[in-house]
Design a binder for this molecule. Structure first.
Ligand SMILES: NC(=O)c1ccc[n+]([C@@H]2O[C@H](COP(=O)([O-])OP(=O)(O)OC[C@H]3O[C@@H](n4cnc5c(N)ncnc54)[C@H](O)[C@@H]3O)[C@@H](O)[C@H]2O)c1
Ligand SMILES: N[C@H](CO)Cc1c[nH]c[nH+]1
Ligand SMILES: [Zn+2]
Length: 447
């Protein structure tokens, strides 16, 4: 039991610096990528589609040419024919749940409140014009990410939704990604990933349309390019390497926690996954079960998981008290938080910061990752302290709407004039002092 290689970090044995280090993610230090993406971005800005093809050759080993960046109707048809019918049914099942959840999330288009007699103020929500959904391909294929990004955008009413994704070594888009795009109602899919894909939608190329916003998860190249281009395109939330914290009070089988530790840790060596508990005996039991689950995974995924769970950005955190366990989770602000307990709901109010909180053994991380409804694109790197999961709100913006009657205006104008004079704005003050000259404001008398 004690010879499990899973890291065990005892909070009360850490000094302040060590505790701080345990909260770090790979994405918190993008310094090695920030400079390297600049020439890639510049090449796309200057050479457009030709640069996209060159980078696809170089980074994706994909033999495409500048005139093959867009996925053709024939490629969609071939994808439809090659993807297993049951998988298509599953993609449709997921799409239905994602659509339903986001439809229910939509705010009223116009919400007005009468704050005083004759004063109507409120919000109008409307969609942004164009969005690019980034779908990764480097470490697997992610048709689920197409659904989790494009469907909320469509529900919000975005007119132009496109997908960008790295092409494979055969020069095509992953077939299930194309089928998922079709199910989501997206017909514009472009073969460009990494920093070059982000640059393409930021500046536009002959083939790839310039977009107002880019969403979706990606490698550090993608996250670094989003940061570099944040004044050119709205980069949305970072959505970097997947991360998970599991909290348990020891009232579930340790095997369950061990299995869940292998979930997000198999994404890549840069993921971060911890089990946090105040029960050391239970922690050691969990650690003892993990290696047997690695042996049930493919070599590459098992190695990613092993790297994460035996290193400094993963494993088990043993807190001295339950309060310290809650405090650690809140400081960490994980992307996903799974609460595994007999009565998981009792802990909900203890967790302030997380992209998603899954309560109880049946609210499985994999169900939420793939088919439940809420988007799996969630804030990473601690961004859950201030930001929210991808949702319809990311594709909408608010405009404040106001309307005053003549009677209401009388009650506001003198106050506005006084504040305008104090701030030294004569033009502002003069405009409202027309209160003394009603003719200027009354349509009936204005001509
Ligand atoms: N937060 C979320 O919602 C969420 C969801 C799914 C996946 N993820 C994360 O997304 C990530 C996906 O990883 P991936 O590798 O599949 O992403 P990816 O497909 O974005 O990465 C591959 C791309 O990176 C670029 N690249 C690779 N090597 C390069 C180099 N040497 N120089 C320049 N560019 C280079 C290439 O353009 C390549 O196409 C994982 O970290 C996973 O954990 C996050
Ligand atoms: N865990 C990812 C979000 O962090 C979603 C995903 C897609 N495929 C597998 N997992
Ligand atoms: Zn996952």
């Amino acid at each position: 039991m004690s010879d499990s290689p899973v890291s065990i970090h005892k909070l009360d044995q850490l000094n302040e610096t060590e505790r701080k280090n345990l909260l770090q993610r790979t994405e918190n230090d993008l310094s090695t990528f920030m400079d390297k993406v600049i020439p890639i971005i510049e090449a796309v800005r200057c050479d457009g589609d030709k640069a996209l093809a060159d980078f696809a050759n170089k980074f994706d080993k994909s033999p495409i040419t500048a005139d093959q960046i867009r996925a053709t109707p024939e490629e969609f048809a071939a994808a439809r024919a090659s993807v297993d019918q049951e998988l298509i049914e599953t993609l449709k099942f997921a799409a239905g749940n994602i659509r339903l959840f986001h439809e229910k999330q939509m705010p009223e288009t116009l919400a007005l409140h009468e704050t005083h007699a004759g004063v109507l103020v409120g919000d109008r929500w409307n969609a942004i014009d164009s969005v690019a959904c980034y779908v990764p391909r480097g470490k697997g294929s992610f048709p689920s990410s197409v659904l989790m990004t494009a469907i909320p955008a469509k529900v919000a009413g975005v007119k132009k939704v496109i997908v960008i994704t790295p092409p494979g070594p055969d020069g095509t888009v992953d077939p299930a990604t194309l089928v998922a795009a079709e199910i989501a109602g997206v017909s514009d899919v472009f073969k460009c990933g990494g920093a070059q894909g982000i640059a393409a939608v930021a500046y536009g190329t002959k083939t790839v349309p310039k977009c107002d916003k880019v969403v979706g998860p990606g490698s550090p190249w993608v996250v670094a390019a989003k940061k570099q281009l944040s004044s050119v395109i709205d980069p949305g939330s970072p959505a970097g390497p997947s991360e998970l914290i599991i909290f348990s009070d020891g009232t579930v089988p340790p095997e369950l926690v061990a299995l869940d530790l292998c979930v997000e840790s198999e994404h890549g060596p840069d993921s971060s996954v911890f089990f946090v508990t105040d029960n050391e005996e239970f922690a050691r039991a969990v650690a003892s079960h993990v290696p047997s689950y690695w042996s049930q995974m493919g070599d590459v995924r098992a190695q990613y998981s092993r790297t994460v769970l035996t290193g400094q950005r993963g494993g088990i955190v043993v807190a001295g008290t339950r309060e310290e366990a809650f405090a650690y989770v809140n400081d960490y602000a994980p992307e996903h938080l799974a609460v595994l307990a007999d009565n998981a709901w009792q802990y909900l109010t203890r967790f302030e910061h997380a992209g998603e909180i899954l309560l109880g053994s049946h609210s499985a991380i994999s169900v939420a990752n793939f088919v439940l409804g809420p988007s799996h694109v969630l804030p990473t790197g601690g961004a859950a302290k201030t930001t929210s999961p991808l949702a319809v709100f990311d594709f909408l913006k608010r405009t404040s709407i106001a309307s005053l009657t003549e009677g209401a205006y009388q009650g506001f104008a003198a106050h506005a004039e006084r504040l305008a004079r104090y701030e030294g704005f004569d033009g502002h003050a003069n405009a409202v002092s027309a209160i003394r000259n009603q003719a200027l404001r009354s349509p009936a008398k204005s001509v």
